[in-house]
Ligand binder design. Structure first.
Ligand code: ISE
Length: 336
């Protein structure tokens, strides 16, 4: 049976996800919603979806007979939309972050727990990337002993002038926050940020690069260089130092060219190209699981942990101190 999906928000990520959803051959996009009717219609036309286009998602979920929704709207709208969709018992796939504040994340968690059913899969797509999965499998095999220290880089070629210092955490490092906590199966306990000399390419409101240092409860240190005007490419690295060896995440496979006494190799410049397959697998997994009535992948509690870790990093950006990360409540047994 085809799963009936409503799409809330029709921006760039929705586009990537809808391509993957249609490609799964297991879903029908029944309706979509954008606050701008014009944009909604444009999107519908592009995909040949002669379906219902709404400007109000509440009306959409009320009127349509949906099994699930895909949410990719501005982050500040997530909390209310979650709570409304959860109340309707719909399975939800949502792009990161869960919400813009830790309090809102707890509200969503409360709504999901009260619903009695796992409904939310959070779109931290790096957990579906082949390279990270190879690192995870090596760590879980135990062959390299315990992880001690992770060196990560998150480099973007450039960012617009609207990108601020705090966004280096909320938009960018948020990926390492989630994926490294998943890799080492440990939660973060403290955060620190070191601000090096600022690149000449950063605008006045942006400290770039930044060195973010997180430490887990068991003492593992994750060091993340976030450099969003590196100019040369979209360069994501993860290097795990363990007791019995070192694991380095593989890079996308491009040929090397030898010419003029040089070896050259492509580096991606766009996150949607670098993580194309991860975005695709994330959606395929969600569809396959949801068809069986299962919700897997990163959950709302992971979203909350990422939010409190991000908050501590943002505090550390200005305090220059080591900031403590402590959940306001115990993890509900629901998420065990
Ligand atoms: C963006 O939102 C992403 O998700 C990218 O992966 C990240 O590299 C970029 O810095 C963010 O702005």
């Amino acid at each position: 049976m085809m799963m009936k999906i409503g799409v809330i928000g029709t921006g760039h990520i929705a586009h990537t996800n809808v391509v993957a959803l249609i490609g799964s051959g297991r879903v029908e996009i029944s309706a979509l919603c954008n606050r701008s009717a014009e944009k909604g219609l444009e999107f519908a036309k592009e995909f040949g979806l002669q379906k219902s286009v709404y400007t109000d998602y509440r009306e959409m979920i009320q009127k349509e007979d949906l099994d699930a929704v895909l949410i990719s709207t501005p982050h500040a709208l997530h909390c209310q939309q979650f709570c409304d969709c959860t109340a309707s018992g719909l399975a939800i796939m949502i792009e990161k972050p869960l919400c813009t504040t830790a309090e809102d994340c707890l509200e969503v968690i409360d709504a999901e727990v009260k619903s009695g059913k796992h409904l939310i899969q959070l779109g931290f797509m790096r957990r579906y990337d082949k390279g990270y999965n190879e690192v995870k499998a090596a760590l879980d095999s135990g062959a390299y002993g315990s992880p001690l220290l992770l060196h990560c880089t998150h480099r973007n070629p450039e960012v617009p002038d609207s990108y601020t210092t705090a966004m280096a955490v909320h938009d960018t490092a948020i990926h390492e926050i989630d994926v490294t906590h998943w890799l080492v199966s440990d939660d973060f306990a403290s955060a620190q940020v070191i601000m090096p000399k600022v690149t000449k390419y950063a605008h006045a409101e942006l400290a770039d690069p930044q060195l973010m240092i997180l430490q887990t409860k068991s003492g593992i240190v994750v060091e993340d260089e976030v450099f969003v005007n590196c100019k040369f490419g979209y360069d994501i690295n993860c290097h795990v130092v363990c007791e019995d060896g070192v694991i380095e995440m593989p890079q996308p496979l491009y040929p090397t060219y030898r010419k003029n006494a040089q070896i050259t190799q492509t580096i991606d410049t766009d996150c949607f190209v670098r993580f194309h397959d991860a975005y695709d697998d994330e959606v395929q997994n969600w569809v396959n699981d949801a068809a069986e009535g299962i919700i897997g992948g990163p959950n709302a509690w992971d979203g909350y942990l990422a939010a409190i870790t991000a908050d501590a990093l943002v505090r550390a950006q200005t305090s220059g101190k080591v900031e403590t990360i402590k959940p306001a409540q115990e993890k509900p047994a629901f998420y065990d």
